[in-house]
Design a protein around this ligand. Structure first.
Ligand SMILES: [Zn+2]
Length: 285
């Protein structure tokens, strides 16, 4: 028997009714809602929760990871070298700290990767002779691969485990992926330069997104209309299965129909004038 997760509804659908008429309602992640109205209420709460860190004044989701500190602690660079690199970086706004440290000859890329691996506890992986098949590539939406700088390398169907490489290890990203893809994620750390090359090669910027739709909603459209839009798409796709997460400046909605997943990306910040910014990774070194 299913019981609606809406706080005041508590409608049920019996096993017999499910068998005779099929399952009604919708799943939002693991919770079942009996109707469109109950889903709508739950969706609005979920969207608000995902958006709230963005709406908080002064919150900075582009916060720089503490790469400099990690390298200092590992005694790979000196305080003076870090200060010099940071001041150079200030002048050339495009360069990342890691790249700047390399350019100044203070550190080698593999040292950075090793330090990040040590710090995160994620194992290192060489991307040298990487061969990936189409099915594995398709597991990660191109937009997510480019946005979060991650690359899928192997899938173990027996344990439903996807191995991915990232250049900046980030547990939040790993958790988001596990939740949205409904699989275990085994994260590895790889050299940034090679990872960027591989991502550009396998997920070119103008590549087709597959079952992906991009939305043009912004925060100003209001949670009300975002929720309605998501329900509309679910109904068009005849899906009863939805997941929702924030990913950088996007709200990532995954609508699953049988074994196909449709990804919907809603722009949740008013940065539509600068598409590059939207494509920028959440965290840059
Ligand atoms: Zn209900």
């Amino acid at each position: 028997m299913l019981t609606c997760s809406h706080r005041t509804c508590r409608n049920t659908q019996s096993d017999l009714s499910i068998r005779l008429f099929g399952q009604k309602g919708f799943y939002l992640e693991d919770d079942w809602y009996c109707s469109e109205d109950c889903l709508d209420t739950a969706l609005k709460v979920a969207i608000e929760k995902k958006l709230s860190p963005l709406l908080e004044k002064g919150s900075n989701i582009l916060q720089r990871p503490l790469l400099g500190l990690i390298l200092l602690e590992s005694a790979l660079i000196s305080r003076e070298q870090l200060q010099l690199a940071l001041s150079h970086q200030k002048h050339e706004k495009t360069a990342r700290l890691g790249q700047m440290l390399q350019r100044l000859g203070f550190v080698k890329e593999e040292d950075i990767t090793a330090a990040l691996a040590r710090q995160s506890g994620f194992p290192r992986l060489s991307l040298d002779r990487i061969v990936v098949n189409e099915a594995i590539l398709r597991m990660i939406p191109p937009r997510i691969a480019r946005l979060q700088r991650i690359f899928p390398i192997e899938y173990d169907p027996e344990n439903n485990k996807l191995s991915i490489v990232m250049s900046y290890p980030d547990r939040t990203v790993v958790n988001t992926l596990a939740k949205m893809l409904r699989s275990q994620i085994a994260p590895f750390v790889g050299d940034e330069t090679l990872l960027e090359e591989v991502i550009d090669q396998y997920y070119p910027k103008n590549s087709t997104e597959g079952n992906v739709e991009a939305g043009t909603f912004s925060i100003s459209s209001g949670i009300e209309s975002i929720s309605r839009e998501i329900i509309k798409r679910a109904k068009v796709l005849k899906s009863q299965d939805l997941s929702i997460e924030r990913c950088g400046q996007h709200l990532w909605v995954r609508i699953t129909v049988e074994n196909e997943a449709y990804n919907l990306f809603l722009t949740i910040a008013d940065q539509t004038k600068d598409p590059d910014l939207l494509e920028a990774p959440l965290r840059r070194r």
